[in-house]
Design a protein. Sequence first.
Length: 167
Amino acid sequence: MAIGWFAVALLLMLVGLLGAALPLVPGLPLVLAGVYVYALATGLGAGIGLGHLVLYTLIGGAAILFGTLANLFGARAAGGSRAGALGAVLGLLVGLVLGGPVGVLIGPFVGAVAFELLAGQAAYLATLYQFGFGDPRFVRLNFGTQRARLEQALERIRSASRPSPRG
């Protein structure tokens, strides 16, 4: 039975590590959940004691808090209003209480969009701010490629959009 709990703890930690790179996967909470499962499955006797759990929880909680604050400031810098930032904070708190880990992911988004709409922001802008698109005249593109390849593609687009010499 201990091997089963160890496997669950390891799986939680590995998915949590993937969450560091994948959006919408709560990385740190999953790693912490894996630590808790392992500690409780071993009866707090396999190198992780109660003091360790308290320390991991404080450090992990601080990291989650700072990450959430960074997201809030990012949405604000992208053009979101104070109402949207306040809505995100309240959505985080309500999501944490009502939805647990899933609520922590969804709550800030729902709260920010709701408060942006209550502040009179157009619905499409209220949603765009939460994804980091501030000005509706611009489109944000993320490229995961080499700079030379991107420059070559942009040059091809420029040359294709020039008028033909034949008229």
